[in-house]
Ligand binder design. Sequence first.
Ligand SMILES: [Zn+2]
Length: 205
Amino acid sequence: MVFFGLSHSGCDFALRALQVIIRATVSTLFGDISGALGLASRTIKEIPRTIKTVLTRFEESLELRSTVFACCPKCCCNYPPSFDKTGKAVYPHQCGWKSSDSSSPCGALLLEGTSPIRPFVFPDFFHFIARLLSDGDIEGYIDTSCQEGLEAAIQEPSAVITSPFQGEFLRTIKGPDGARLFIDGGSEKEARLVFSLNVDWFNVN
Ligand SMILES: [Zn+2]
């Protein structure tokens, strides 16, 4: 599936062939000018020899990456970690947040031992997107939603709305080119992602 539907042994052969092609191309074009062969060798070493290694690295690269903040139990101020020489996360012991310049710091304890009393786990956004798009089912849902939105956009607005794609905003908002609708990925079939921001602490008063 990774290499045009080749079997595992076919993929392994393609990977080896790629290494040979790179070495032969560099050798033919440059010889060893400015250490070109050495550079090519280092590049070749970074190319996995088997498709199993490729898939393992791919899965590892898609493991959830996140940052654990120390969240103040009293005022909910968040503190990102710094890291010591061993790579261990380090946080301030007390909350220093002030409601104004003349106010006293919050002062609440943030840690139990060296761990946050209230950890706040924040996923890496770009890895979240990578994981999202690596799932074929989810990619299908994304494409279907946009397609249904495009069909809704050319029809009269419905009195009853059952999807955000039927709402006025997504029916009218233009994409980066200022011409097509945002949800129109065009002939390149770009995936168009729409996010909503939910806030559960906003005081409406
Ligand atoms: Zn605090």
